[in-house]
Design a protein around this ligand. Structure first.
Ligand code: NAD
Ligand code: UD1
Length: 336
């Protein structure tokens, strides 16, 4: 079986390629390297000892997409390609709507033309918006999101749902990720954003290696046990395995629209992440408590029972594993 992975050189895409190759899927990547490096392809091959077919280009490029489908008999697509920086999307909404929506619509159109109607999409817990309960279940309705980035995810979910209702021979899996962190245990692939990171773990890593002076914990006056925000962190390898389960299930259960939460089901506070990071890596992080960050919710976590029931998937790796693997990756990166 051959899977096209859009954005396969990125953080989650690269880990997913590894899991697919380990299960003997053939992998074709399209990535325009706007937020990744071509060397990731070599690293995926190094970890798995398998070959990957790589096309450098934009998913909005219809001609290139057609060529990929002509040159490869694609059985299914996992669609990661898109921009993902929340703050940047507030400043440059058109750039986000254009890239995330246009690439998805072009991709769906070409898939339809080639009668390849099986897609797994990278959605996000951000589509839940603010709910009555912090435990998010797939049956909750999508609410207003807090950024244009989040809105692109909501809109794409809706586009894919409408597509399915118009033609139920499509198989569509919407995967709502909670907070992916960590890296492959080899230390060869992981997340190392350029500039000042917005997300917690990349920021912690930059402080740990001395690239940034200090972490600010955004708020310690929330109504949570230690006053800091609670999230559902998921090891990126567990998340990648979730994609493997989703595409395998989709290939066996055609003509369905699925929506799954991919999270651990456990809420962990920012302070607990910081404490665990210090303990497992045997270091001290320079941090202080600061003001709340606008738009942050005090607490949310996944109800992951549907993914367990239907895909047989659940997370296996602990917060300790996430902290250890993330640090191992960044140390290896900085040694280069
Ligand atoms: P990433 O930026 O590391 O990977 C995305 C990849 O897509 C990059 O390699 C980039 O070069 C590529 N890309 C972007 N636009 C493209 C285009 N038009 N054509 C071809 N390639 C393009 O991001 P990630 O963390 O791996 O996230 C993957 C997907 O998961 C994204 O859609 C993101 O929105 C979604 N997601 C991520 C998180 C997270 O916390 N990382 C959470 C929820 C959802
Ligand atoms: C954010 C996005 C969300 C996106 C997700 C993954 C917002 C409002 N939400 O979620 O749409 O899907 O990233 O990319 O931006 N924190 C600190 N100090 C820091 C950084 C973060 O204390 O320097 C705290 C935050 O307040 C939060 C927690 O760490 O409580 C996690 O933050 P982050 O990694 O940015 O993820 P989310 O805010 O959950």
């Amino acid at each position: 079986m051959k899977i096209l992975v859009t954005g396969g050189c990125g953080y989650i895409g690269s880990h997913t390629c590894v899991e697919l190759l380990n299960e003997n899927y053939e992998v074709v990547i399209i990535d325009n390297l706007s937020n990744s490096k071509e060397d990731v392809v070599n690293r995926i091959e190094q970890i798995t000892n398998k070959k990957v077919k790589f096309y450098e280009g934009n998913v909005q490029d219809e001609t290139l997409l057609k060529r990929i489908f002509e040159e490869n008999k694609i059985d299914g697509v996992i669609h990661f390609a898109g921009y993902k920086a929340v703050g940047e999307s507030v400043k440059k909404p058109l750039m986000y709507y254009e890239n995330n929506l246009e690439s998805t619509i072009t991709l769906l159109r070409i898939m339809n033309d080639f009668d390849c109607k099986n897609i797994v999409f990278s959605s996000s817990a951000t589509v839940y918006g603010v709910q009555e309960s912090p435990k998010y279940v797939e049956t909750m309705t999508r609410k207003e999101t807090s950024s244009p980035y989040g809105t692109t995810k909501s809109m794409i979910e809706k586009i894919m749902e409408d597509l399915y209702y118009s033609d139920p021979t499509w198989t569509i899996s919407l995967l709502r990720y909670f907070n992916p962190v960590g890296a492959h245990s080899s230390g060869l692939i992981g997340e190392n954003p350029n500039g000042i990171p917005n997300n917690l773990m990349p920021y912690i890593l930059k402080v740990a290696i001395g690239e940034l002076p200090e972490l600010t914990i955004f708020g310690n006056d929330y109504e949570t046990p230690d006053g800091t925000c609670i999230r559902d962190y998921i090891h990126v390898v567990d998340l990648a395995k979730g994609h493997l389960c989703a595409i395998t299930h989709a290939l066996d259960n055609k003509g369905k629209l699925h929506t799954y939460n991919l999270g651990s089901g456990h809420g962990v506070s920012v302070k607990e992440i910081v404490d665990t990071f210090e303990r497992v890596n045997n270091l001290k992080l320079n941090y202080k408590f600061g003001a709340r960050r606008e738009g942050d919710l005090p607490e949310f976590f996944a109800d992951p029972s549907l993914a367990l029931e239907e895909l047989g998937w659940k997370t296996e790796q602990s917060i300790e594993d996430m902290c250890r693997d993330a640090y191992n990756f960044i140390i290896k990166e900085t040694e280069k």
